[in-house]
Ligand binder design. Structure first.
Ligand SMILES: [Mg+2]
Length: 348
């Protein structure tokens, strides 16, 4: 089998519910720009992947990726993964571009197998609990209101993205714990908003409130800072979401004591191939690899591996709008059609 065409198609749609993150970070724009990548073969089966920020991906496909893929056997995904890795050495690819082609090739592989992707990857479960991952809301009262709506829907776990003020965020986290009681899993995501001193203050508050994990309080360049943070706080640190280097980098986070749980994903860790590598690496250390972000490829990954707890589902509006597929049990199942099973309204 040979790859005969590599096509891109950019689309731009209005963002249904505009939102923001912590102070200082850009929030959603008014529109989403996505790139659809289609890998065509001489046997008629195609593989499809979607990525963000259209023009950047189109440029990389035109200048680098198409040339690496055309004429190659699409089933030799390890070989193609390393070809992209070599391109990364020259281009320093955006983290979301590293796995774009790999995701399309796994879609193709699963279609050829006639199986949903998670079964091809090993298959651990066909349903997984989701957590409600909030955007940043205005007041504590609004967060508690959103939390009530999430629990009413059936979610049993909530993660906060908050304001980026360590004292105010710490108080919010404790207020939320008091509000929902001890039986709901709570997590906090700092989106790299703090220095070490602030991160220690916040981490101690989260430990007191019994949070399940403390995610990315600082930029992930300096693993030593995470190791020192881990010495000072008792809440489990979830590290390695945005760090470059896929499993090579996560290996150092683990070896140097900068992570109690690690991040994996299909879109930031080099596609399905990279996401699996991180998950299996963590498993060797009896660590969980929590899957970052939603979408069908991440859902398949989460259902393919044993050492992950939840599927991440964003809550971007109040009143809440729950992602299609999340039931009243707060859980979600991956698509059952062969391949990834991209939905028809994928841009939404
Ligand atoms: Mg995060």
């Amino acid at each position: 089998m040979k790859i005969t065409a590599v096509e891109t198609e950019v689309s731009e749609r209005p963002v249904p519910h505009r939102f923001r993150w912590r102070a200082g970070l850009p929030g959603s724009g008014e529109t989403n720009v996505t790139t659809k990548l289609t890998v065509r073969t001489d046997q008629g089966t195609d593989g499809v992947a979607y990525g963000p920020r259209g023009p950047i991906l189109v440029d990389l496909v035109d200048r680098r990726l198409r040339g690496a893929l055309l004429g190659a056997d699409p089933l030799l995904k390890e070989d193609l993964w390393h070809r992209v890795w070599e391109i990364d050495r020259i281009e320093e690819l955006p983290i979301y571009a590293l796995g774009l082609a790999d995701i399309a090739l796994w879609d193709l592989t699963a279609k050829l197998a006639g199986l949903p992707l998670y079964q091809v990857l090993g298959g651990y479960r066909d349903r997984i609990p989701a957590y409600a991952s909030t955007v940043t809301f205005e007041t504590t009262e609004e967060y508690l209101d959103v939390a009530d709506q999430c629990l009413d829907h059936g979610f049993r776990a909530i993660k906060l993205h908050a304001w980026g003020d360590h004292r105010r965020d710490a108080k919010l986290c404790q207020d939320l714990r008091a509000h929902v009681g001890p039986d709901i899993d709570l997590m906090y995501d700092g989106s790299a908003g703090f220095d070490l001193l602030e991160a220690i203050y916040l981490g101690r508050a989260l430990a007191e409130a019994g949070y399940l994990w403390y995610e990315e309080p600082m930029r992930e360049f300096n693993i030593e800072a995470y190791r020192r943070l881990g010495e000072k706080v008792d809440v489990p640190l979830l590290s390695g979401e945005t760090s470059d280097g896929a499993h090579y980098n996560i290996a150092d986070f683990i070896a140097r004591g900068g992570a109690d749980l690690v991040r994996t994903s299909t879109h930031y860790k080099g596609g399905v191939t990279g996401g699996l590598r991180v998950a299996h690496l963590a498993d060797a250390f009896n660590l969980r690899a929590e899957v970052h972000g939603g979408g069908p490829p991440n859902l398949h990954l989460a259902c393919a591996i044993p050492n992950t707890t939840y599927y991440e589902s964003l809550i971007t509006a109040n009143p809440i709008v729950v992602e299609a597929g999340i039931g009243r049990d707060g859980a979600i199942s991956p698509p059952t059609v062969p391949g990834i099973g991209w939905p028809a309204d994928v841009d939404a």
